[in-house]
Design a protein around this ligand. Structure first.
Ligand code: ADP
Ligand code: ZN
Length: 752
């Protein structure tokens, strides 16, 4: 929809009236990025122009100045006139937020109990938060003056950069191009500039458009029906849940729906959970459409992000592919939102403003009055129950597109199976067969490092992090011990810190150890390990994914980095090394999460002609969970789980709120939460809201600090929201709260 006419409540354009008041000044309220639930009042002078809600302003704050956002204009203030300070500068002429985005941010601030200033500033790219112009900033291009080669024969680095530029002739090369081609070029460039061998030009960053888009795939009947349902919803708010098995062609459905929206001149937001998924999707989108596409994710540099922002803001970018924070993009005429892999926990921000991008997107779609599609093979129970209550339209794709069948799933009973170094004989044989046939195997193990723990053979104690309640992980390549919770890194020593004996040795398997085992077992095979350690940069990850897709690899070994949405055409075997971790989690979402993960990984198998096989190693084969997994029976699994949740009055049937507290001394966090509990308890008496007792977090100590938590559950969201807000105001005013670092998590995804 295109931007609707502004209503007074959206953006109040109030001209400065100087005679209508006792004093000759006007006042505005400004939200700044501090963790306080209130705005600050400032005087507004005529010279600044017109005061408008949504402007960025520079204001004096303590001894410094800060950038804030005007949230109210023409206010009455209680600050005495001789105390009030003036706004120093207005940085924009118009609101930097569209009316729909502004209303959504207002809602999110109150729903997620986040101070307005923090919410608004979190929605802006860093350069805009720092006060830079919202106009496109362009990029510097470097052009070689064609005279210099001779003087550079003693400066090889400079010569390299110079020759690279010469080859580009009068076009030169941009910062982005240089970053991609000549890492570490900046120092050499400075020297070249000093020698006056280079000319610089500032040019606007333009978006390239694919002139020869691929012709669309012919959709099958269920795909066509789904796309039709989305198109039918045009120009009105309509949430649709697209539940389609892995490889069922959901992405093609999105594309078909996007076609119509783009042809109307509107913009599309395509959200994905993982930065690792953006390059692949980006490529698919740009080869399919002849509209300008931008990408938005946390790996972008500040300039690139600013540039993407201003292209979206000017409607020159029509498709936005992005991760979580892309929901704050400044669309001018949004027509459709797609949230792919909507069940994914990465949509929830885990610190600062703890918003859920999927839920924010839903509110935003309502404000724009446009359809929103949630796609998944394993929908979140929240979305599923919304579909069951007819709040969401429910669309299904039951079979895989392109004719391949779902893989067969088998359980390997590790109690009985012959095992060698963590691998059952059955799995080993299956891998062998794939190598012989030139097909790929994907092994999934959710653990980084060589072995999760070092055990002392004398005292049977493990090597623990001295700051966390967690075992250290042994990283063999670097002979290092690392804590995956606080980031601690230490040198590996075989001497036990508990008993002093020289007896520490690795136990259990991590990705690195499994890699070594595989290398020994299959010396002729090419093996690639994909985890946060091996794929430490985005470009490295993309390289690895390319290698896997090209079929150049026999065995892929990875963590959950690999479980999501990737399309690996040559994988015909998926092996789950240990499926039991999530089953015994303290989190009520443990089983839901494990199921999603297994189905997602299994979904990587046999996406083409050859039937895929999935082998799952477990120590508890009798667990009913595995029956559902083997039969791909998400429906009955979710029915059972949902009936349990209903009985226990857990989400999605009731809302959960989690207070967290962190302190240097063990008792402080718990005492603080006890106070919170008492305060809440008095106020919920007689209602159905449940306030639990504070407990130490499942991992109580992390990075040397003690953590505790308190859960509240209830069905009356409005009442809960007011209650929690009052509680936060009380806590902020209470000086004794400052001993602890506390936070409130609304709709927590991880309850630890
Ligand atoms: P999903 O998003 O559900 O995982 P994709 O849209 O990625 O599924 O489709 C999986 C594979 O099937 C892709 O290679 C895609 O090109 C192919 N595909 C999708 N729809 C069709 C169709 N109607 N006919 C043939 N192949 C299709
Ligand atoms: Zn630690």
């Amino acid at each position: 929809m295109t931007t609707a006419p502004l209503s007074i409540s959206d953006i109040q354009q109030v001209s400065v009236k100087s005679s209508s008041r006792n004093h000759s000044r006007n006042y505005v309220r400004v939200a700044v990025g501090v963790p306080l639930r209130k705005g600050f009042d400032f005087a507004w002078s005529d010279a600044l122009g017109v005061a408008i809600v949504g402007l960025r302003v520079r204001v004096p704050f303590g001894r410094r100045t800060m950038i804030g956002i005007v949230t109210e204009v023409d206010i009455d203030t209680v600050v005495p006139e001789n105390k009030i300070k003036g706004v120093i500068a207005a940085l924009d002429a118009q609101s930097i937020f569209s009316p729909a985005l502004w209303r959504s941010l207002q809602w999110a601030s109150s729903y997620y109990q986040a101070p307005m200033g923090e919410m608004l500033l979190a929605a802006l790219p860093k350069l805009l938060r720092d006060g830079e112009s919202s106009e496109p900033c362009g990029e510097i291009w470097y052009i070689a003056n064609a005279t210099g080669e001779a003087v550079l024969n003693r400066a090889p680095k400079q010569l390299l950069v110079y020759q690279f530029l010469l080859a580009q002739e009068s076009t030169g090369a941009s910062t982005t191009i240089l970053d991609a081609n000549l890492p570490g070029w900046r120092a050499a460039m400075r020297q070249l500039k000093d020698k006056q061998l280079i000319t610089c030009q500032q040019r606007e960053i333009t978006l390239t458009v694919n002139q020869k888009p691929a012709s669309p795939i012919r959709l099958n009947n269920s795909q066509r029906a789904a796309a039709q349902a989305i198109n039918d919803a045009k120009q009105s708010f309509c949430p649709l849940l697209l539940h389609g098995t892995t490889g069922s062609g959901k992405t093609e459905v999105y594309f078909e729906a996007m076609d119509h929206v783009l042809a109307r001149g509107e913009q599309v937001m395509l959200l994905v959970p993982e930065i690792g998924l953006t390059p692949q999707l980006m490529e698919r989108v740009s080869s399919r459409f002849s509209y300008p596409v931008v990408i938005l994710h946390s790996g972008l540099g500040d300039r690139a992000r600013h540039s993407a922002w201003s292209h979206i803001n000017r409607n020159s970018a029509r498709i936005v592919v992005g991760t979580r924070s892309a929901v704050f993009a400044p669309f001018k005429s949004l027509g459709l939102i797609v949230v792919d892999e909507e069940h994914d926990a990465s949509f929830k921000q885990q610190d600062g403003v703890r918003y859920n991008a999927r839920d924010f997107a839903t509110y935003l779609a309502r404000q724009w009055n446009v359809p929103i599609v949630f796609g998944s093979a394993t929908p979140s129970f929240e979305s599923l129950s919304n579909a069951q209550r007819s709040r969401y339209q429910y669309l299904t794709l039951k079979s895989r597109a392109g004719g391949s069948s779902l893989p067969s799933v088998e359980i390997i009973d590790m109690q009985k199976a012959p095992i060698e170094s963590g691998l059952s004989l059955q799995l080993t044989d299956a891998i062998k067969a794939r190598i012989a046939r030139g097909e790929q195997s994907l092994l999934f193990l959710n653990r980084r490092g060589f072995a999760p723990v070092l055990y002392c053979n004398s005292c049977n104690e493990g090597a623990k992090c001295h700051r966390c309640d967690a075992y250290l992980t042994f990283h063999k390549a670097r002979k290092q011990l690392r804590c995956h919770h606080c980031g601690y890194q230490g040198v590996f020593k075989s001497v036990c810190t508990t008993c002093g004996e020289d007896g520490l040795s690795p136990v259990g398997e991590g990705t690195q150890q499994l890699e070594q085992v595989l290398k020994e077992k299959f010396p002729e095979a090419s093996i690639i390990r994909v985890d946060r350690d091996s794929a430490h940069t985005e470009s490295r990850l993309v390289e690895m994914l390319d290698a896997i897709q090209s079929g150049a690899v026999d065995i892929v070994l990875g963590t959950q980095l690999l479980s999501k949405g990737h399309d690996f055409p040559n994988v015909t075997l998926v092996g789950i090394i240990n499926a039991d971790q999530g089953l015994f989690s303290t989190d009520f979402r443990g089983a839901e999460r494990s199921f999603q993960q297994l189905i997602q990984v299994a979904g990587r198998a046999g996406r083409r002609k050859v039937l895929g096989q999935v082998l799952i190693q477990t120590w508890v084969p009798g667990n009913p969970f595995f029956k559902f997994v083997c039969e791909h029976d998400f429906e009955n699994f979710s029915k059972l789980q949902l009936s349990e949740r209903k009985m226990l009055r857990y989400p999605p049937f009731e809302q959960a709120i989690l207070f967290r507290a962190e302190s240097n001394y063990q008792g402080d966090g718990l005492n603080f939460l006890q106070k919170v509990r008492n305060w809440l308890h008095q106020r919920v008496a007689g209602s159905s809201i449940r306030v639990y007792d504070p407990v130490p977090s499942p991992m109580e100590r992390r990075a040397g600090r003690y953590r505790a938590q308190l859960m509240l559950l209830g069905a009356d969201r409005k009442l809960i929201s007011r209650l929690i807000n009052d509680c936060c105001v009380m806590l902020e005013a209470d000086r004794s709260s400052r001993k602890v670092r506390w936070s409130v998590d609304v709709d927590p995804i991880d309850t630890y």
